[in-house]
Design a protein around this ligand. Structure first.
Ligand code: NAP
Length: 331
């Protein structure tokens, strides 16, 4: 496994992190607890130390499963637990809520579900436009001083929001969407993070499985699976365009490195900056491919050829905005 220190926090993390949104079941067509626990332990066995979760993933289910999987002191110590705060779901749907009192309550709830007395990395899940960023930052700074959280992160923040946050608290990581097909942060967040010494936790590194090379025009998604609402999967024409791009990238990966598109996609994220690639998995066998992304790098010519393929196949790429939760109604 390759490793990285999360900014100046002193916390060493694997460069591939396990994403546990699907393990929560909600928006992923359900969960299987035994498989999920086996997946988390298999990740640790493979050297993946960072486990990314959130209260909203299954409305507590993902955190509870992570807590169960890491319930011995040795496993807990091996892991870097990254969780989040700032979304509430009292109506059954997520809404942004980073009011300090809620953040304090969320931390206690997460510690209980995760069966631990500290969080390694505590992240604000989405900016809440109804709460001043300095107030949110000051609350996390207090938790940090109290030793309840070891490092501080934000997710889905832009550089201006991060600058406001950093005026009131230390900031170690930012977690934006980032993969070969969703490259919005190339223009702002990635250079800002690189220039400010922040580590980037790239979410959706496989573009929700599209970059695995296993999705076809016929792949169906069941129940509440978010890919039924994701334009890249739901629109037949768009899906076929994206699958063409996957085929071209897979051919390039084979020709240059004797590897497949999944390895290329994760390697690309790792080679773009001070990044950790979050890999969503819910079965241990989905992690068999992890080794293929490690121990090599993409050369400059291949980087250029990848850009050319993306320009050619996807004239107007579709972003991940469909996932953004709404804000609360103003009081
Ligand atoms: P992802 O990592 O791009 O894709 C995960 C999906 O890819 C899996 O559920 C699986 O789908 C498929 N997959 C994984 N390994 C595979 C393999 N070897 N072969 C074939 N398919 C494979 O998407 P993600 O889970 O949305 O993102 C990763 C993590 O980032 C999340 O779990 C979460 O921790 C974090 N995240 C954060 C935010 C945020 O707002 N901060 C938003 C989204 C995600 P199936 O199981 O259906 O086969």
């Amino acid at each position: 496994m390759e490793s990285i220190t999360l900014s100046n926090s002193g916390i060493s993390s694997s460069r591939i992190g396990l994403g546990t949104w699907a393990i929560g079941g909600w928006m992923w067509g359900g969960t299987d607890e035994a498989q999920a626990i086996a997946t988390i332990r298999s990740a640790l066995d493979r050297g993946i130390s960072l486990i990314d979760t959130a209260p909203i993933y299954g409305f507590g289910t993902s955190e509870s499963i992570v807590g169960k999987a890491l319930s011995t002191p040795a496993l807990r110590q091996q892991a870097v637990i990254a969780t989040k705060a700032g979304l509430e779901w009292s109506s059954g749907k997520p809404r942004r809520d980073s009011r300090p009192a809620r953040l304090r309550q969320e931390l206690e709830d997460s510690l209980r579900r995760l069966r631990t007395d500290y969080i390694d990395l505590y992240q604000i899940h989405w900016p809440d436009p109804l709460v001043p960023i300095e107030d949110v930052a000051a609350e996390l700074a207090r938790m940090h001083r109290d030793g309840k959280i070891r490092a501080i992160g934000v997710s889905n923040f832009d550089p201006l929001q991060m600058a406001a946050f950093r005026a009131a608290a230390p900031l170690h990581t930012v977690q934006p969407p980032y993969n070969l097909f969703e490259r919005g942060i190339d223009a702002d967040v990635l250079p800002y993070a690189a220039g400010s010494g922040l580590t980037v936790l790239a979410y959706g590194a496989l573009c929700r499985g599209l970059l695995s090379g296993r999705i076809t025009t016929d792949t169906q998604f069941e129940g509440d699976d978010l890919r039924r609402a994701d334009p890249k999967f739901a629109d037949a024409w768009l899906r076929s365009r994206y699958l063409e791009a996957v085929r071209a990238l897979d051919a390039l990966a084979h020709e240059r490195y004797g590897r497949d598109v999944l390895s290329l996609a994760v390697r690309w994220v790792l080679d773009r900056g001070p990044t950790v690639a979050l890999w969503g998995a819910r079965r241990p066998d989905q992690l068999d491919a992890v080794a293929g992304a490690l121990g090599w790098t993409l050369d400059a010519e291949t980087m250029k050829d990848i850009d050319a393929i993306l320009r050619r196949e996807l004239e107007t790429p579709v972003g991940p905005e469909f996932m953004a939760p709404p804000q609360r109604a103003a009081a």
